[in-house]
Structure formats: structure tokens, C-alpha cells
Design a protein around this ligand. Structure first.
Ligand code: ADP
Length: 537
């Protein structure tokens, strides 16, 4: 809109400038014409006087009497009268004047020079002065004719009838020039006033057209588009229904009606989609609710099952532990009470019974722990623990076993280990399992090293052996319940120890893992944070 108006104003301004120039040219042409007519009249008058000099200067009896009405004198006289009656001026001028009033000004002197140099030059036009003094100048050459010779011809120096010395000019010589001056201030003022009026018209036109375009654009484009935008926004907010009354007026605008139709179709399609979507969402929600109910039920069933399983395990293990403890107690009593009354085989049988019963008791204890851990019922009894004590006790109790297989068990603990918040019995259980496994799986003559170190706010404990090692594929699964390595299947075991160790370490907020290269041994490591545990589980 602004662009259109700018172009329009630019065109009008160019037109105005062009018209000003045209006007100026026209004015100059008019002035030229006026000056030319005036000059012709004066030349005619001079000519008339020149031709009638004899008649003017002789009385009715034929006596010569100079009346002073030669062309030059009459021309000057008429010029003075003319100047007093109008703004226009004319004068006869020449380089050497007889009368000082006819002295040429700068413009006239230059024109006289030009006429003298170029005798074919018919006129000189120009302009002098500025503002109120601006004047249109017009000059034509005056040529000496036969009638002029009486006063200006020869012999040079002889006095003519008017008493002036003759110049000795010949017919055809340049006698002087006729100079006409027309004031230009009025015409220029007219041009300026004209220009102002036209400029004002342009400004008014630009203002009105800008306002009109603005009004029409707002009325026919802005408002309908605004309304459309509001409808689109409402659709965007989810209000898919379009009010027919609201869009009806928009249909009057041809281009917009296409847009309105597209929008209506879109809204209808969206409504359909939305309705479909809503019913689908309802359906899925109902399905999900149903699945959820079933899941909750399944979860409850599982929890109940888990509970009853744990209860079963605890009851079973408790029931098993009582007779087992009795068997172990009585067997030890038998061994100690009267060893001499038994022969070697009998003593060996008793030792076998005791070993088996102890292993069975260990298994039952592990099962009980596993079931408690699974049910989340196992609680830690946390206190400050000196790792030296725990490691020493674990290795000491296992040393006889190691000795049987000629294994070296080395403990490498730094002296300044801080106390660690832990359940000492459970920590012992973890260590017994790791060291026990190392002894169990390492071939006779091997070595086992127990290490500990302080590492970033935690204790790092590791048990290294040079036994058969564990395949990479099994290094994760051996920490699951009842999972054992195929490589060591021949060696007895329940597959419970590492699973319990993992859960116990995790109860301490620690982590357990194994690094092993099959054939070169295994290193089991676990961490224990040094900061106090939040709760005792
Ligand atoms: P168990 O020793 O009673 O079989 P664990 O849970 O303690 O059960 O160990 C799981 C399995 O991990 C073992 O059966 C064995 O295959 C493997 N394993 C554990 N410790 C070692 C070790 N130091 N060297 C080689 N294999 C081991």
C-alpha cells in the first residue's frame, strides 16, 4: 500500500517537475515573442521616420527646418515614455553613443560585440538579475540604411543636421542595436504559485489515496483476515466447531471464500478425526484399565505366592535346622564321648556324617537367607567394622581347607584402613563365600590373595586366585540364584553363595563383580561405602 502510494507520489512529482520546466519554456517563448513584436514595431517606427525625414524637416514652402524627429531621437523619446507607462523598457544603444542615456550595459555591450563579429546574427536573448530584478533581455542589430546616411554617413566628422559629428558609416554597416528588457518577476511569481498549488494538490492526493487505500485494505483484507485468524486460533486451541454466522460474511470476498471453504473442510475433518480419536482413546483406556486390574491382581497373587513361598522356606528351613543341629550335636558328642570304643571305619563314618550334616546346615542357612532376601525381610545389623578382624576370621576358619589342598592364602591389607559401617556377620559371610570358592575351585598348589584398599570414599576388597577362571559369557550369570559355571560343574555346590554375596553387598550400597581370564584365575571384588548407611535393612 505504501509502495503504491510512493510510486504514485513519485510519478506525480516527476510530472510536476516536467510541467515546471515546460511552463518556464513556455514563458520564455512568450517573452521572446513579445520582445520580437515590440522590436518589429520599433524598427517599423524608425523606418517610417527615416523615410519621412525630408517631409518632417521641410515646411510647406520647401524650406529645410530640422525638427529633431530623427529615428534615434524619436526612438529614445518613445522609449522613455514607454518606460514611464509600463515595466517594459527599450533603448537604442551602440558602442559610441551620442547621448549618454544610450550607453550599453554589460549585457548590451556583449551583444553589440557579438553582432559586430557576426553580421548574420539576428538576435541575442538572455536574462539578467535575480529575484525581483530578474529581467528578460532581447536585442536585435540595427543596420545602417540609406535614410541613416544623412546623419551617420560621410564625410566623417562633418556635422549633421542635429549638430553631431557624422561617423562616416556606409549602408549595411552595424549602426547599433535595439535592446528590449521585460521584467520577469511577475511571471516567475506565477510559476512559483502554480508550483506550490500543484505540490499541495499532490500532497493532498497522496494523503487521500493513502487513507483510502488503508481504509479499503482494512475493510476488505485486514478485517476478514483478522476474523479468519481468530477462527484458526480457536481451532488451534481445540474449538473445532466453526460458527456459520461468523464465516458467512467472509464468503462475500471471492479470494477469501476459497480459504474459508478449505478451513471449514479442515475443521470438519478434524472434528471427525477427533471424534474417532476420542472413542479410540476411551476404548484403549478401558482396555488399559482392564489390563491394569488384571496386573494388580497378578501382582497380588504373586506377592501372596511369594509370601507363602517365603513362609514355606522359613518353616522348612527352621524344621530342617532343628534336627540337623541335633544330628551335628549328637555326632560330635559321639566322637568325643568314647572314641576308643569305635573302630577306624566307625570313626570315619562319624566324620562323614558330621561333614554332610554341616554342609546340609550351610545349605539350609543359605536357603533361609535367600528366601528372606527375596521377601525383603533380611535386615542388616550395621556397626563400625574393622576389616582386618573380618578377613582374619574368615581366612583362619578356612585355612584348614586350604591346607588340605596345599593352597597358600595370603592377606595383603594396609594397616591404616578406616572402620567401615557394615554388618560384620554378613560381611564375613560374603568373604567366606569368596575365599571358600577360591579354595574350592583352585587346583592344589595354587595361591589365593585377599586384598583391600581405600578408593574414593569406599573400601575395595578383592579375592584373587589362580584357578580355572570363568568364561566371559558366565561372568554375569554366576551372580544369579542357582547359576553355576559349566566349567566347574564337577565341583560340588548349590549356586547360592555368589547370589547371596551380591545381594548382601548391595544391601551395604556396594557393588560386586568378577574379572577373569579363563585358565588364569579369577578376581572377585566388592566395594563398601565409608559413609554411614541410611537405614539398616
Ligand atoms: P557354588 O559355589 O555353591 O556353586 P556360588 O554361587 O558360590 O555357588 O558360585 C557360582 C558358580 O560360580 C560356581 O558354581 C562356579 O562355577 C563359579 N565360581 C565361583 N567362584 C569361582 C572361582 N573362584 N573360580 C572359578 N569359578 C568360580
Amino acid at each position: 500500500m505504501i509502495g503504491v502510494t510512493t510510486v504514485l507520489v513519485a510519478v506525480l512529482t516527476l510530472n510536476l517537475l516536467w510541467e515546471i520546466r515546460e511552463q518556464q519554456n513556455q514563458v520564455l517563448e512568450d517573452l521572446h515573442e513579445q520582445a520580437k513584436v515590440m522590436a518589429t514595431q520599433i524598427v517599423a517606427m524608425r523606418e517610417f521616420l527615416a523615410r519621412n525625414q525630408d517631409r518632417i524637416n521641410h515646411d510647406s514652402l520647401g524650406n529645410f527646418e530640422f525638427k529633431g524627429l530623427n529615428p534615434a531621437a524619436v526612438g529614445r523619446g518613445v522609449g522613455e515614455l514607454f518606460a514611464s507607462m509600463s515595466d517594459y523598457r527599450f533603448k537604442q544603444t551602440r558602442t559610441k553613443v551620442r547621448n549618454v542615456a544610450n550607453l550599453p550595459d554589460t549585457f548590451e555591450a556583449e551583444a553589440l560585440q557579438a553582432f559586430a563579429m557576426d553580421r548574420s546574427l539576428k538576435e541575442v536573448v538572455g536574462r539578467t538579475g535575480e529575484g525581483p530584478d530578474a529581467t528578460y533581455r532581447y536585442m536585435i542589430p540595427l543596420t545602417i540604411e540609406k535614410s541613416c546616411l544623412q546623419c551617420h554617413g560621410g564625410p566623417k566628422g562633418e556635422l549633421d543636421v542635429a549638430g553631431y559629428a557624422k561617423e562616416g558609416l556606409k549602408e549595411g554597416d552595424l549602426g547599433g542595436a535595439l535592446s528590449i528588457a521585460i521584467p520577469m518577476d511577475r511571471v516567475e511569481q506565477r510559476i512559483v504559485a502554480n508550483t506550490k498549488r500543484r505540490a499541495l494538490t499532490i500532497v493532498a492526493f497522496a494523503g487521500v489515496s493513502l487513507g483510502l487505500i488503508g481504509f479499503l485494505t482494512h475493510q476488505f483484507v485486514g478485517r476478514p483476515l483478522d476474523r479468519l485468524a481468530r477462527i484458526a486460533k480457536r481451532i488451534g486451541r481445540g474449538q473445532l466447531q466453526i460458527d456459520r454466522k461468523e464465516i458467512q460474511p467472509l464468503r462475500l470476498h471471492q479470494e477469501l471464500s476459497v480459504l474459508v471453504d478449505a478451513m471449514s473442510t479442515m475443521s470438519e475433518q478434524l472434528q471427525d478425526l477427533y471424534a474417532g480419536l476420542e472413542s479410540k482413546v476411551h476404548q484403549r483406556t478401558a482396555e488399559l484399565k482392564e489390563v491394569n486390574v488384571r496386573l494388580v491382581k497378578a501382582h497380588d497373587d504373586l506377592a501372596r505366592l511369594n509370601q507363602s513361598q517365603s513362609e514355606f522356606y522359613s518353616t522348612m528351613t527352621h524344621e530342617l535346622r532343628t534336627p540337623l543341629t541335633a544330628i551335628i550335636g549328637f555326632t560330635q558328642l559321639l566322637q568325643q564321648s568314647n572314641p576308643e570304643s569305635m573302630n577306624g571305619d566307625q570313626r570315619e563314618y562319624l566324620t562323614d556324617i558330621l561333614d554332610s550334616a554341616n554342609r546340609l546346615l550351610q545349605l539350609v542357612n543359605d536357603l533361609l537367607d535367600a528366601s528372606r532376601l527375596e521377601a525383603g525381610q533380611l535386615r542388616l545389623n550395621v556397626g563400625p567394622v574393622d576389616l582386618h578382624d573380618v578377613v582374619l576370621e574368615a581366612t583362619s576358619s578356612l585355612r584348614p581347607l586350604a591346607r588340605q589342598k596345599a593352597l597358600t592364602v595370603t592377606v595383603e591389607l594396609p594397616n591404616d584402613l578406616p572402620l567401615v559401617p557394615a554388618d560384620d556377620l554378613r560381611l564375613m559371610q560374603v568373604l567366606m563365600n569368596l575365599v571358600g570358592n577360591a579354595i574350592k575351585f583352585t587346583q592344589p598348589g595354587g595361591r589365593i590373595i585377599v586384598r583391600a584398599a581405600l578408593q574414593e570414599e569406599q573400601l575395595l576388597v578383592s579375592v584373587e586366585d589362580n584357578g580355572p577362571g570363568i568364561d566371559p559369557s558366565e561372568q554375569q550369570v554366576i551372580f544369579d540364584l542357582f547359576r553355576r559355571s559349566a566349567r566347574n560343574e564337577r565341583v560340588g555346590g548349590s549356586g547360592l553363595g555368589l547370589a547371596l554375596a551380591k545381594r548382601l553387598v548391595e544391601l551395604h550400597n556396594g557393588r560386586i563383580w568378577v574379572d577373569s581370564t579363563p585358565g588364569s584365575g579369577a578376581t572377585f571384588s566388592f566395594t563398601l561405602p565409608l559413609h554411614p548407611l541410611n537405614d539398616t535393612r
